[in-house]
Design a binder for this molecule. Structure first.
Ligand code: AMP
Length: 290
């Protein structure tokens, strides 16, 4: 497996693959791999001839008070894990390679998808994401790119961007991979103390609580958010950031869950800010079909 550090070399690598008619897959990541990342890579390996994983902690998508400096990094460990699942190359550029002196262009996706959830709580975050993903698409020129539904809003933002800007890449969403107790895998889970780790299971439990309520026919979005908040607030180590429900996939405000809806939560445990989500689906009222 190759580790490529510069843009020119990366472009040459894909150009060669494309010349021989290969399907190129890209898995963009910030590294410090876990099974969630590997699930994306495995899917890419199944569907593509050549798979590239980018490992880049993108400064543009972090706020000034966020964890850019302390974000976990271990390229050697990542390279061994990626090689194991059949990745062909890791693209791991330095900041100066991605944002050289004079860099002055960003890509921002409109507010209907970005003025809520993490977009509202982390101003500039999705512009940072859209900009770096555009650059990665231009450098790697993948036929398919893989994104985890753990970041459901991110998938929607990237899909919007690809459609709006006529980018020739197919976006493949991949389901959330969880620990055995339900906690969504995340590189940021390493920030948790053992007490916080145990407490963090409340995220998944609160999502399942909402799912059960909807299955029972309770479709009042405000009431479901209230119950989810109550469940999280009952955990002393949890500091709630947001609990919100929107229609899915267009992220419109709703007061009733009809069809599919996204319930997304963000909660801090000490210095770890964790996010999770679930797609709720209200059973179609039988009377509708009469
Ligand atoms: P990150 O390195 O955290 O930026 O994540 C890179 C990619 O992996 C993103 O598309 C994430 O949505 C995806 N990802 C991260 N954690 C998980 C998980 N637990 N399950 C599925 N995908 C994930």
């Amino acid at each position: 497996m190759r580790i490529i550090k510069n843009v020119k070399e990366m472009k040459e690598f894909t150009a060669r693959a494309k010349e021989s008619g290969k399907i190129v897959g890209l898995v963009p990541t910030m590294g410090y791999f876990h099974q969630g990342h590997l699930a994306l890579m495995e899917k890419a390996v199944q569907q593509c001839d050549v798979v590239i994983t980018s490992v880049y902690v993108n400064p543009l998508q972090f706020g000034p008070k966020e964890d850019f400096a302390s974000y976990p990094r271990d390229l050697q460990r990542d390279a061994a894990m990626a090689e194991e699942v059949g990745v062909d190359a890791i693209f791991s550029p330095a900041d100066g390679e991605m944002y050289p002196e004079g860099f002055d262009t960003t890509v921002s996706v409109g507010e209907s998808l970005t003025n809520k959830l993490c977009g509202l709580k982390r101003p500039g975050h999705f512009t940072g994401v859209a900009t770096v993903v555009t650059k990665l698409f231009n450098i790697v020129k993948p036929d398919k790119a893989y994104f985890g539904l753990k970041d459901a809003q991110q998938v929607l933002v990237i899909k919007r961007m690809v459609e709006d800007l006529n980018m020739d890449v197919e976006i493949i969403p991949v389901p959330i991979v969880r620990e055995s107790d339900g906690l969504a895998m995340s590189s940021r889970n390493v920030y948790l103390t053992s007490e916080q780790r145990k407490a963090a299971v409340v995220l998944y439990q609160s999502l399942k609580l909402a799912e059960q309520q909807v299955k029972k026919g309770h479709i009042d979005a405000v009431e479901i958010c209230r119950q989810v908040k109550e469940k999280i607030n009952n955990e002393p180590l949890a500091e709630l950031d947001y609990v919100e429900i929107y229609s899915y996939p267009d992220l419109k405000f709703i007061d009733k869950i009809e069809g599919r809806a996204l319930l997304a939560v963000a909660v801090k445990f000490g210095r770890a800010r964790l996010i999770d989500n679930i797609i709720l689906e209200a059973q179609k009222d039988v009377s509708d079909s009469i």
